[in-house]
Design a protein around this ligand. Structure first.
Ligand code: PLP
Length: 412
């Protein structure tokens, strides 16, 4: 195949990262590159144009560089699974931790690389020291692992779980924050939130809510499954006590790797869910900081190592540009769906949403609509909360257009 030299340079930049090509060099973080840039980004992914992923809230494809890294290191283990050969995986895990921590603006000691958001949410849920009579306030839109999981803990330890419902069409961040603030009581010990909801696409004003809760000494836990890799997240700025995410969603990383952030001063308070040999022989953990939460026995070392490769991919695009591109595509998608006659569940305003776009659709019609959109128009969405479509950097305006056209045709 003949590849023109500038494209080859660009591909090398994205795939290997050792060269910063002219397409990327010296560009201020917020400047948005043109469509040619994003076309090249799309070519880093193996999916075919007939089967276009638009379901980032559930699972994303990885760019070739990440998939190749997982394959290469898995093969390496299969060729030689001796202790000496696998010694390299300790430093590779630490490199992944450091890269993920740096991208999120926190210290490596505050990051545990666990298996997914479900597990990370449950570590916090099961590990916080709570007593009978304590109250946990949760958003009713939380994922079951940050919702039903609290009911199970409450049944075991006599806690109270209070569910907060937010308005269907929030007027702004203040209204959302006010609903939670009014729900807090002197017994509230934990405020369990979701950064961006997977069932409505609503983004909560987490920073404001942390300020409110921290004035009352409440632990704020945030499920970031729909924001890690989609939004330009700075965890210090966000201010929460714990935060979770899955590498296989918007982050575009290896499958079955999750991230758990616990702020340094909260690590000692949270009990581990699993104690495996890496814990050490004493009650006090041998691992430093949040590493104590990843004492999980044998792991998929190749997948863990590939987190650093994924961070490098994001860094070369620039997280601010990734977020801006996702907002741009999501905004076009929302506008198109509205024009096609759909009512949006997700707010139009970018400050109240992220990359999750949901259009209202009767529960009994959702499955058929999503299946037909995939089979007849080649767009893979989901039937969660309505018709859910989540565009990412690998999607193009043509994909968005196709999704809108397909949804419009199927609606009538
Ligand atoms: C908000 C939220 N939290 C947690 C999860 C669970 O993610 P995982 O299956 O990677 O654990 C999901 C999955 O869609 C989600 O949307």
């Amino acid at each position: 195949m003949n590849v023109d030299p500038s494209r080859r340079r660009f591909l090398h930049t994205l795939a290997v990262g050792s060269v910063v090509g002219p397409a990327l060099a010296g560009r201020p973080a917020a400047a948005q590159p043109g469509e040619a840039f994003w076309e090249e980004v799309r070519r880093q992914f193996a999916f075919r144009e007939e089967r276009v992923p638009m379901n980032a809230a559930n699972l994303c494809p990885s760019p070739r560089a990440v998939a190749e890294r997982v394959r290469e290191l898995t093969r390496d283990i299969d060729v030689d699974c001796s202790f000496p050969n696998r010694a390299k995986f300790g430093p590779l895990l630490e490199a992944s931790r450091e890269a993920a921590a740096a991208q999120l603006g926190v210290a490596a000691d505050e990051i545990a690389l666990v298996r997914n958001t479900s597990e990370a949410n449950n570590v916090v849920n099961a590990g916080l020291p709570l007593e009978a009579g304590d109250e946990v306030v949760v958003w009713d839109q939380n994922h079951p692992t940050n919702n039903v999981a609290w009911d199970v803990r409450a049944a075991r330890h006599g806690l109270t779980v209070t569910r907060v419902a937010t308005p269907a069409a929030p007027s702004g961040a203040d209204e959302l924050a006010g609903v939670f603030e009014r729900a807090l009581t002197p017994r509230t010990r934990v405020l369990a939130l979701t950064h961006v909801s997977n069932v409505s696409g609503v983004r909560l004003p987490v920073r404001e809510l942390c300020d409110v809760a921290h004035r009352r000494g409440i632990h704020v836990h945030v499920d970031g499954a729909q924001s890690w890799g989609a939004l330009d997240v700075d965890l210090r700025d966000l201010g929460c006590d714990s935060w979770t995410g899955s590498a296989h969603k918007w982050f575009l990383g290896p499958k079955e790797v999750g991230l758990l952030y616990v702020r340094a001063d909260r690590v000692a308070d949270i009990w581990p869910s699993i104690v495996a040999p890496s814990w050490g022989g004493e009650v006090e953990p041998r691992p430093r900081g949040a590493r104590k939460f990843e004492s999980l026995g044998q792991r998929d070392d190749a997948a863990l190592a590939a987190v650093a490769t994924t961070v490098a991919f994001h860094d070369r695009l620039g997280m601010a540009r990734v977020e801006a591109r996702i907002v741009e595509l999501a905004t076009a998608l929302k506008a198109g769906l509205v024009e096609a006659g759909f009512e949006l569940v997700t707010p139009m305003a970018p400050e109240l949403s992220g990359g999750v776009v949901i259009a209202a659709c009767e529960p009994d019609r959702r499955g058929a609509l999503v299946t037909a959109l995939y089979e007849r128009h080649g767009i893979a969405g989901a039937a969660t909360g309505g018709l859910r479509l989540c565009p990412h950097v690998y999607n193009t305006p043509a994909h968005v257009h196709r999704a809108v056209r397909g949804a419009a045709a199927l609606r009538v």
